[in-house]
Design a protein around this ligand. Sequence first.
Ligand code: CTP
Length: 415
Amino acid sequence: MGLIHCRFMQDLAGKHIVLGLTGGIACYKSAELCRLLVKAGATVQVVMTEAAAQFMTPVTMQALSGRPVYQSQWDVREPNNMPHINLSREADAIVLAPASADFIARLVQGRSDELLSLLCLARPAERVPLLIAPAMNREMWVHPATQRNLRQVDADGARVLGVGSGWQACGETGDGRMLEPQQLLEEIVAQFQPKTLAGQRVVVTAGPTFEALDPIRGITNHSSGKMGFAIARAAREAGADVTLVAGPVHLPTPRGVVRIDVQSAQQMLQASLQAAQSASIFIATAAVADWRPASQSEHKIKKDGSGQVPVLHFVENPDILLALAQGERARSGKLFCVGFAAESENLVAHARAKRERKGIPLLVGNIGPLTFGQDDNSLLLVDAKGERELPRAPKLALARELVTEIAARLPAGSA
Ligand code: CTP
């Protein structure tokens, strides 16, 4: 299992990242980002401005990246004395983290009087993406000059990764914090994924549902939501707009994904119907409770001391996947529906039968007890032509493969 993880988690293997630091207290987070990039298999060349070196020593960044930091365009290490050309040509991406308000303004003007802005200007733009992680005080962030500059760098072909919100080093609270290292890593990994779902709008259901008996108790199941969250992430990496309708799970929302939290199957149905109105792909990974209590007690059901146990009555929940697969959008070919089947035995036969019953083009079978709560899984893809197994692997790796399989089955011109 360890080997499988190693193989798939090196999402940046073979990638060379130029990590540019400019002046801002968020430089302390860039040390962690550098570690994460290296751990993900990338080689990292750090370049720092003079102001960045006030906040973080180049020694720290050298130790973490395993390479001496570049700070000057006059660096004698380069035989041709052109570090701006050499560094920008070697890179698979240039990441500015943190990007200060001043540095973004410099990019807008095409300034090039120090190494980092010089190499950004010299980068072969069609081949080397420039990713910008701004970091600044909230007033600086909302200032029209900053917002104007951000629109301009975006129009000039850079990708602005957004900012976080919360407590700032200056003691104020608001927008403008640099994104967390893990979030930046997710964005950088996503940058390199093939955009097989560009232009698609995807709705994913994930996790269990919770069917309340009373305000304290309810019926649920062991689904962790990990597979659905991985699929939402993979779809977004592939360029889709993604809405994730999530049952009660405590998982972080993948970057750039719109999340709608629900509890019950009925709420999940409503949220899915709503979100799928403009969607082109619906992927039902949720382990929806098949039944819910026929009535929900307003107050906690109490023991009455007699030893009598309560008798519970159930009614069947709506089948969300079926409702969408039978809806107008799916029947007219505008919504491609994918179902999952969680079985405990006889996977091939059950999965085939379930695909027919739900009337969907693609069904993904897995063995419930082997997937619930696990980070790995194996999948059986069943379509009209037959079956194909995706062998055991981390859920994110499987999710990416599934996204590729879905993209290959979409009707031509559906984006
Ligand atoms: N599903 C759904 N709504 C339900 C039940 C299931 O949307 N009320 C979806 C699941 O998200 C999954 C597929 O239908 O994509 C199959 O779910 P599964 O629980 O494996 O099967 P069921 O349809 O419930 O059938 P059974 O319980 O007989 O196996």
